[in-house]
Each structure stands twice: as C-alpha cells, then as structure tokens.
Design a protein around this ligand. Structure first.
Ligand SMILES: Cc1cc2nc3c(=O)[nH]c(=O)nc-3n(C[C@H](O)[C@H](O)[C@H](O)COP(=O)(O)O)c2cc1C
Length: 254
C-alpha cells in the first residue's frame, strides 16, 4: 500500500500488541524519513524513536495510548514549525499504515526526561506498534464532515480538485475537529482555518499541526494526479474570513 492509498485506509490505533518490530522495519523507515520533503525546508527537525517496553520513554498525558513504541518529533522554533511537523509526521504515519504498523497521535503527551538535539523542542508524540485491533478502515467509515460543509466552489470542480479535497477531508485532526475550510477555484484553493478554542490554545498550536497533516494529504493527491502544487500566502486575503475561519494560505495548481 502506498502513501496515497493509506490516506484512504489509515485510522488511529489505540490498542497495541506489546511486541518488538523487526530491525528491517526501522532501517527502511529511516531511509524513507531521509527522503521526505518538508513543508518548510529552512527548519531543522529530528524524529526520534523510543522503545517503551525497554523503559526508554516515559510518555504521560490525559489521552495517552499505551503502546510499545513512541515517536517524538523535535523541531526548531519557527512560524511554520507546527505545520512542518504535521506535514512530515503524517507522511511517516501513512508509511507505517502501509507497512502493517498502527499509529496514534498523542497531542497532550508529556515527554518528561526526553531531550532532543540542541535548540529543538518536542512538538508531537506518536504512539506506534503492531495493532491489537483493526489496522485499517474503509474511508466511507471515517467520521468526517462532507465536502459540501467544508468547501465553497467558485468555479466548476475538476476531477483533480475533487481528489485533492477528498484526501484533505480524510486528514486526522486533534479531537477530530477538522479545522480546515476551502474556497475552491479551478487553479487554486484558498485554505481557511477555524479559530482555536481558548481551552486548546495552550496546546501548542495544534491547529497548525492539523493543517500540516491536511496539506500533506493534498500534496499526495496532487502527486497522484501528476499535478504540481505550490503553497503561497496571499497577503491581500489575510483579513478575509469564511464561516468564522481566518485565511491560512493558498494552494496553487501550477
Ligand atoms: C494533533 C493530534 C492530536 C491527537 N491526540 C490524540 C490523543 O492524545 N489521544 C488519542 O487517543 N487520539 C489523539 N488523536 C487522534 C484523533 O482523535 C483522530 O485522529 C481523529 O479522531 C480522527 O480519527 P482517525 O485518526 O481514526 O481517522 C490526535 C490526532 C491529532 C491529529
């Protein structure tokens, strides 16, 4: 299963077998990770894997899932650090789903005692390992808002746009809040983000992380259609609002 297929089949896994994964899996994962395209190439980051069965990682937090392994994404600070983290981690999550390994993002996790490279902070934790429940789900079973609630179509939609928006719609998000909204033209999609609830604002800018996940899905769908896309922030749209959402950035089909 490739990454694009995994967009349609991945689900969060919350029950794990406390079993080792083979060394070959980790070797191939490293190779895959080294070939990843970041959202923001300027930002340094590091993905560290911890074996919780060895006691290497003590992950705590209110919605923590008990798993044999945890992956921690460390990043330099930066305006797009959370978007970049979501964009990259989701590709790893999809890779794992395609290679028989379950994952679950751990948004509120505390990584006490874990330190990453100098100058980097932990921004997200992902539990992973062999699933003790179903690893995949058919996409129609995913609880998501319908495209008609997410999009305003300003021009007739094309097949490519439809695939990109379907992939975006299936992106996982914290508490399944699906903070994205879209204004759709044939050659561009203006992306809007819902305002964060006050109670979650302290949660390290999770909307930015969710948006990064969603943009990685759109990128994979565009690649599937052999279309190049670019991300651009249009300052003339910065003040625009859509259904209580603020302008985030535009995806240009080039
Ligand atoms: C940023 C982020 C944080 C999340 N944090 C948690 C968490 O702490 N515990 C948990 O069980 N699920 C967590 N999730 C999983 C979401 O609840 C899940 O992705 C969403 O409900 C959609 O379901 P699906 O992943 O099965 O498609 C998180 C997801 C994201 C994207």
């Amino acid at each position: 299963m490739d990454l694009y297929e995994a967009v349609y089949n991945r689900k969060s896994v919350r029950h794990y077998k406390m079993e080792l994964l083979p060394q070959e899996f980790f070797r191939n994962l490293r190779k895959f990770e080294q070939g990843l395209q970041p959202f923001d190439p300027e930002l340094h980051y590091s993905v560290e894997l911890f074996n919780a069965m060895d006691g290497e990682a003590r992950i705590r937090g209110p919605f923590r899932v008990k798993a044999p392994y945890y992956m921690v994404f460390f990043s330099e600070p930066g305006e797009y650090a959370m978007v970049n983290a979501g964009y990259l981690l989701e590709q790893i999550v999809l890779y794992m789903a395609g290679h028989g390994v379950g994952t679950c993002y751990q948004g509120m996790a505390k990584t006490a005692g874990l330190s990453g490279p100098a100058g980097m902070e932990p921004v997200m934790v992902v539990a992973f390992g062999y699933a003790a429940e179903k690893l995949h789900r058919e996409s129609f079973r995913a609880k998501r808002l319908p495209l008609k609630d997410l999009c305003v179509f300003k021009e007739d939609s094309t097949e490519e746009l439809r695939l990109m928006l379907q992939a975006a719609r299936l992106a996982p998000s914290a508490f399944n809040r699906q903070p994205w909204r879209f204004i759709v033209y044939q050659n561009r999609i203006h992306v809007f983000v819902r305002k964060e609830q006050r109670s979650l604002r302290a949660g390290r800018g999770r909307n930015g992380f969710d948006m990064g996940i969603m943009l990685s899905h759109m990128t994979l769908a565009a690649e599937e259609c052999w279309r190049d896309i670019e991300f651009a922030r249009k300052e003339n749209l910065a003040a625009r609002r859509m259904q209580g959402s603020r302008y985030f950035m535009s995806v240009l089909l080039v």
